[in-house]
Design a protein around this ligand. Structure first.
Ligand code: ATP
Ligand code: MG
Length: 288
């Protein structure tokens, strides 16, 4: 890829931000790229008569800073899509790029580094370690990455403050409500300053009040810290809080609509509408 002034500046900045961690060509041109680019993505689980075609050719472009929701019936491939974007599983065929980095040809080491440096994950069941305090859970990604020090500890504490839990730093997950645990897990996902957050039903295990707080937080993180967010959700009201909603059915893209209106999301579930939109998919749109 051609080296522009922007690219060189970006690489220098990233090098400084990561406290001297080495970069390689994976980062080239990352400053100008789409946040996510999927082309012809196919995922087949198993073989022969028991094979499950979880994704059957998905194309998608997500703009930097976009907050995108993925909806669709159970089994339509939403989590599979998120796992592939998050380099947690390998595609059967098709192309994936995140921040301009193509996954094809990357080894396990590089994929691990990509997950660590570029992606934050938020799960339905929080996945906090029960024997660690809230603060230690937030700090954990730094420890796993072999990074420690006062500055990082300060950052973990700041993040807890950011999610409104500074006073609960020394509490164990079992001493926190579901909504609080999810806010800890969002703080944890931000620890290593990823540009992209992947959230699989982050409000799926919360009541509507706690879910609303988690959505407020994700929205604030998206707007104020310029994070791109892809969120799987079954909740039309949650989806309506995002910039754009895409619908999946049977492992395929089945339509999209801008966020902003719960009513519009509900209307999209009408069969005819989704079918009519299925051909019309292109990629990038950053709705207001
Ligand atoms: N590891 C696996 N092995 C075999 N089949 C799988 C595996 N993971 C997912 N599948 C299948 O792939 C299809 C898509 O699954 P996926 O988990 O992506 O659906 P989903 O849209 O996230 O559903 P839900 O809303 O229930 O979470 C389903 O038919 C599922 O049974
Ligand atoms: Mg799922």
């Amino acid at each position: 890829m051609r080296q522009t002034t922007d690219t060189v500046w970006y690489r220098m900045r990233m090098t400084r931000d990561r406290q001297g961690l080495a970069l390689n060509s994976m980062d080239a041109n990352a400053s100008t790229a789409a946040a996510i680019e999927l082309r012809g993505l196919v995922k087949v689980y198993g073989q022969g008569s028991t094979a499950v075609r979880a994704l059957q050719g998905v194309d998608l472009t997500v703009a930097p800073g976009e907050f995108l929701a993925i909806m669709g019936p159970s089994g339509s491939g939403k989590s599979t899509l998120l796992h592939l974007i998050g380099a947690l599983e390998q595609a059967s065929s098709g192309e994936i790029s995140v921040a301009g980095m193509r996954f094809a040809g990357l080894g396990e080491k590089e994929l691990t580094r990509l997950r660590r440096d570029h992606l934050g994950f938020v799960f339905q069941f929080f996945n906090l370690l029960p024997s660690l305090t809230a603060l230690e859970n937030v700090y954990l990604p730094a420890l796993i990455a072999g990074r420690r020090g006062e500055e990082l500890q300060r950052r973990a504490m700041e993040l807890l403050g950011r999610v409104g839990l500074a006073e609960r730093a020394q509490h164990l997950p079992s001493e926190l409500s579901g909504g609080e645990q999810q806010r800890v897990s969002i703080a944890r996902s931000l620890m290593l300053q990823p540009k992209l957050l992947l959230a699989d039903e982050p409000t799926g295990n919360l009541d509507s009040h706690a879910g609303g707080e988690v959505l407020d937080l994700l929205r604030a993180v998206n707007r104020e810290e310029d994070k791109t967010i892809v969120m799987v959700t079954h909740d039309p009201a949650a989806a309506a809080r995002t910039d754009r909603i895409i619908f999946m059915r049977d492992g395929r893209f089945a339509g999209q609509t801008p966020g902003g209106s719960t009513k519009a999301v509900l209307e999209f579930f009408a069969d005819g509408h989704i079918a009519a939109q299925a051909q019309a998919h292109t990629g990038t749109s950053r709705a207001a």
